[in-house]
Ligand binder design. Sequence first.
Ligand SMILES: *Cc1c(COP(=O)(O)O)cnc(C)c1O
Length: 476
Amino acid sequence: MPDNVGMVQEELGEVLRYASQFLAELPERRVRWTDGAEELRAAMGGPLPQGPQPSAEVIRKLIKAADAGIVGTTSPRYFGFVIGGNTPSSLAADWLTSLWDQNAGLFVGGPAASVVEEIAGKWLVDMLGLPSHSSFGLVTGGQMANFTGLAAARHHVLAQAGWDVQTRGLQGAPVVRVIAGAERHSTIDRSLRFLGLGTETLRLVEADDQGRMRVDPLAAALEEYDGPTIVCAQAGNVNTGSFDPLRQICEISRRQNAWIHVDGAIGLWVAASEELRHLTDGLELADSWATDAHKWLNVPYDSGIVFCAHPESHQAAMGVRAAYLIHSDTNERDQMDWNPEFSRRARGFALYAAMQALGHSGIVEIVERCCACARRFEECLSAAPQVEVLNNVVLNQVLVRFLAPNGDHDARTRAIVKGVQDEGTCWLSGSEWHGMGVMRISVSNWQTTADDVDRSVEAILRVAGSSSPAANPESD
Ligand SMILES: *Cc1c(COP(=O)(O)O)cnc(C)c1O
């Protein structure tokens, strides 16, 4: 018999030692990676070993080789995309998840895994002010939360039209019309592809200068068709952070008997905050909602959540029965009734631990502090010459543009984004907004403070000071 206990102590010991060092250095560690694909292939590649290797040695080598290709996404000065870190409780609970390795598809695969999901889901429904009878599913991320919400929607609107999509599929079904704002997230389109609805079903409604769906054209779009209709609204635009006017959208869509799905991957969390809740006014009137715990709640990947005000439709769309499975009675939660997966990681532990450790006020504090940091970026950067902030900073997102004397603002902005990434004090990415190249700052980390903002602003302006389109023409 191999000495399992002795062995695993050595491997986990390596990991714990490295983790302590990594976390201690994180605030000052370079945020970007140092090795690219070529160096990493050289360090980690080669043929599959002919035979077994000592696993502690494998772990040591993996750490050594991978470290230079690790991005400081959990750093307080990582402002790229919309990416959260991991709080101590959620990180530790995530390690436990692998240790226990429950198959969290059925209650019998791990009762504790099922019950933590039940508890965390109810806490969330309550904290976010969603209808108390709402069902929920813990999925891999916002993509699958949108997919699952829209699958429930597809079931529901077709059932109302007398069509059971679960048995009859979409061939010959009544046409389902999907309406979304022009600035919806691309995962909405991708969900429609997965659902067999296709992207051409999508009727786009124009957005205003902040990316919010306009209400009058929505009303007109709703009038065009009186068959099964799904409206996709957004809470937190991925560029500007803006919120669609949810109350108005829900009220006029409801008149047409449409299902309203809210993509709140970023923004749903503000519903927990008294100061910011006005942004999600009317949220509770929708039918399904998607959000991400791995963004603003700072739970490790993978952690998305879907909520649904129609549990029967949610379960009809996702549930599965098979003879060899042991399904629980109504008093116990089989997760596979609410998720697209079958076998599944027990992702509820990390979510539960994060919420337990932070409490309602701790969650609100992170959200409000990130928004305050975004406003600080806005103030400091827009005070500098030749720098413009393009969006109304209502959330955690800031869009910045650097003006060039020669008029090529896009090239200068791109060069500065690249310069800042290479400089390493902080990391942020670029985007395109209304045809303009922009620097895009997203404050989503639980540890970011005003001091991190000041250090980053200083680095950005330093790079901007030494950067001109003529001197620095490459961009990527
Ligand atoms: C991030 C994001 C998504 C996708 O979420 P993932 O967790 O990356 O799958 C969807 N919608 C919006 C608005 C987002 O910001």
